[in-house]
Design a protein. Sequence first.
Length: 160
Amino acid sequence: MATENKNLSAYDKTTIPNAINFRFGIVVSEWNPQITNGLYQGAEQALLDCGATTANIVKWDVPGSFELTYGCKKMIQQGGFDAVIAIGSVIQGETKHFDFVCSATAQGIKDLNVQTDVPVIFCVLTDNTLQQAIDRSGGKHGNKGTEAAIAAIKMASLGK
């Protein structure tokens, strides 16, 4: 694995646009909360570290990853957001449910990026095991929430 024993969440703040004038929405799946809460914390901390204010970060919860697309769509329709981050975690089980949820969620978020002018950042872990999810939500491989926040800042800047 290319990322084995590497933390990929380090960023150089001098290369990131200042986020002080951006408003971010974060839609978080309540499924696998140990993972999604860690991802949210990583995203929120990175946004704040790069200049965003707590008043300009809005968090909504949805039941699961499948519902992220609808939550993000409603957030965009509310208006006033420069970027939205979709946070979820789907862990492989014994059935094909994993495949359907992952595919539908990825396609839904892709569709929002095509259909709207607000970038939606895909921060949905699709792991084979709980340990893999832990490693990517603040563990030995860093925090994908942090990486999603940096992407959100860059995309918000691109949209200005």
